[in-house]
Design a protein around this ligand. Structure first.
Ligand code: HSE
Length: 418
């Protein structure tokens, strides 16, 4: 048997993930992988590793012929892209955890992989410790993937859990997420859904061969969610989660979005608490499968980086099967969503843009309605994010055949049933 390759690593970043990885590598000597140099921004900061390991000069790593693997775990997407591009051109294999950088530069990164033939692995960039990318790439390598529903951001799930199950306020909960190292250095990325949609853009490539910039995907975060919304959820025996969803439609396109959603207590995603992530995959024959694990934090994220490093010993590469070997899918907007909208002032909700309104609660302290609205209406307008309005999807929110539903609703109305 061929001996495994000796891996000599140049590591960029020594924050929560970088330091975690350094420790994890020290505990896995059988991997035959050693960190030769670590590039950091601030040389003054005290680190838990020998001083001689550190440099601020990128080129010391990128131009070192001894270093055959660049591991990049920094949070500056712009610098990360420069580092990764140079590493490819210098013939190195690359492992990255920079979801923002990957999501925003997918076409260029695919091109670099083609040109250089080098491996580029980034399992830790989505759902941290859950091996979802490799599973989508290798196991779900067929056309039978009906849908994916997932919690992909640990911090927002942590905040929702702490607020609505343990009674903390938003600021306290966010502070705890930051102290634990779950949140991004700019937590707006977590709270407003940017991090989740970046991860969703990455998973759409491996699930459906869809390469789409994050801003083309409908998304929001959890900032607008009110205590009143959580009370409604509780009364209905549901929970509010930030859910990323991708569903194959009857016309062959894929509807994808990341929005807060009411989930039934029996839903697998209701089981996902704190910084954990979860992915429910529905396929033609296997029915539902549920992946669950820590989605943020030092060691859980480092464990996925470690697995990528380990896979490099066998020169593993993503084949992008859905993109290159199948007919890739495209995003489809031809759907309607059943939504709950709560608001202070009715004037800020354009009622005439709903197909129909099913529930109307104007007497409560926090007023709300439940209605059906076109996906494009949400995609093209922002009223639902403004004026202290909050929009949450109802369980099972997608409606495809709106005309049939309208006829059915009308006949029930005529019969006096609704
Ligand atoms: N801020 C991210 C999260 C870290 O909370 O999920 C892991 O990607």
């Amino acid at each position: 048997m061929e001996a495994h390759k000796q891996l000599t690593i140049g590591l960029f970043g020594f924050g929560v993930v970088g330091e975690g990885l350094y420790k994890v590598l020290q505990q896995t000597p059988s991997l035959k992988a050693r960190v030769k140099k670590v590039c950091i921004k601030n040389i003054e900061k005290k680190r838990n590793a020998p001083v001689s390991l550190f440099t601020t000069d990128r080129d010391e790593l990128l131009n070192d012929p001894d270093i055959n693997v660049i591991v990049e775990v920094i949070d500056d997407a712009h610098a990360a892209f420069e580092i990764v591009s140079t590493a490819f051109r210098n013939g190195k294999q690359v492992v990255s955890s920079s979801k923002k950088m990957i999501a925003e530069h997918f076409p260029a990164l695919l091109q670099l992989q083609k040109e250089t033939g080098r491996s580029f692995l980034y399992e830790s960039s989505a759902c941290a410790s859950i091996p979802v990318i490799r599973n989508l790439e290798e196991y779900y390598d067929n056309d039978l993937l009906h849908s994916l529903r997932a919690i992909v951001n640990g911090s927002t799930n942590f905040i929702l859990t702490k607020m609505f199950e343990e009674g903390l306020d938003f600021k306290q909960a966010l502070l705890l997420a930051q102290q634990a190292g779950f949140a991004e250095s700019n937590p707006v990325l977590d709270v407003d859904g940017f991090d989740a949609v970046n991860k969703w853009a990455i998973l759409l490539v491996h699930a459906y061969g869809i390469v789409e910039t994050p801003e083309n995907i409908l998304f929001n975060g959890i900032r607008q969610i009110h205590a009143g919304d959580a009370s409604v959820a509780k009364a209905r025996n549901q929970q509010i989660k930030l859910v990323a969803q991708a569903s194959k439609l009857k016309n062959g396109t894929v509807a994808a979005f990341v929005l807060p959603q009411f989930v039934q207590h029996t839903d697998h995603l209701a089981f996902v608490k704190n910084e954990y992530n979860g992915v429910v995959i529905e396929t033609g024959f296997a029915d539902k499968q549920f992946f669950y694990g820590k989605g943020a934090g030092s060691f859980p994220t480092a464990s996925a980086v470690l697995s990528d490093i380990s896979a490099l010993r066998y020169e593993y590469k993503y084949e992008y099967k859905k993109l290159y070997h199948h007919q890739p899918n495209t995003l489809g907007n031809d759907i309607y969503l059943r939504v709950y909208v709560s608001f202070d002032n009715l004037a800020s909700v354009p009622r005439d843009r709903f197909e129909w309104i099913e529930e109307w609660h104007a007497q409560e302290e926090r007023k709300y309605l439940v209605g059906v609205i076109a996906f494009d209406e949400l995609k093209n307008n922002n009223w639902w994010k403004e004026n202290n309005t909050s929009l949450i999807l109802t369980p099972d929110p997608i409606i495809e055949d709106i005309e049939t539903r309208k006829l059915k609703k009308r006949s029930l109305e005529l019969a006096g049933i609704v």
